[in-house]
Design a protein around this ligand. Structure first.
Ligand SMILES: [Zn+2]
Length: 206
């Protein structure tokens, strides 16, 4: 079972998903190592409501959930290759054929919309709510697929960055005004780089 809390530093759930394998402090961590790891991460990333995760846990066997975690890892590594190849410039229409795997997965989603009582007061009586059926353990992949799809449709790949930290593999969206973000976080890689530079300066001074 996974103890390390999910790292949600990327500024977008699709990149947070890529960051589910990382080396936060020296030792590599795999958040999606099994079904339980996947369920925990989906809950922490708020991609699946807690009540549903509970239901999925009791409805499906550990083996079945482990299998979905394996599919999630495979999806993640496929998407990582796509992001690595395309980051740094806007996506082009021609890139669509490379996203076929994602569209095939989205095709299997059995969500539908319903008119429902509005949850927030102040607006009208109703809201349009998307209902997912959760008919198979594979359904756990659909909110992830949706996040990846939203990401390629709405984010500018020019600002997808990889942390400059030595051995760091984390991706993030640079949403700073100056587009000068270099680190996954100051607490992790930023400070480490500062310390290294400081030590180097001290040595040079001597
Ligand atoms: Zn980093």
């Amino acid at each position: 079972m996974q103890q390390t809390p999910a790292m949600l530093i990327a500024g977008d759930p699709a990149l947070d998903f890529l960051n589910t394998v990382a080396t936060p402090i020296d030792v590599p961590v795999e958040w999606l190592d099994d079904g339980e790891g996947l369920l925990t991460w989906l809950g922490q990333a708020e991609l699946v409501p807690a009540a549903l995760l509970k239901r999925m846990r009791s409805q499906w066997s550990a083996g079945e959930l482990d299998k979905v975690a394996e599919q999630a890892r495979s999806l993640r590594e496929w998407f990582r290759a796509f992001v690595e190849k395309h980051r740094g410039r806007p996506l082009a229409r021609d890139d669509l054929k490379k996203l076929e795997r994602l569209n095939r997965l989205l095709e299997r989603d059995d969500s539908f919309s319903q008119v429902a009582t509005a949850t927030s007061s102040g607006s009208g009586a109703f809201e349009l709510r998307v209902i997912r059926q959760w008919r198979s353990p594979e359904a756990l992949l659909f909110p992830v697929a949706e996040a990846l799809a939203r990401f390629v449709c709405s984010e500018d790949f020019s600002y997808v960055k990889a942390c400059e930290g030595l051995r760091c593999t984390l991706f993030f969206m640079d949403k700073t005004r100056s587009r000068a973000r270099r680190w996954c976080s100051m607490a992790m890689c930023g400070n480490r780089a500062k310390q290294t530079a400081h030590r180097r300066r001290l040595r040079a001074d001597r």
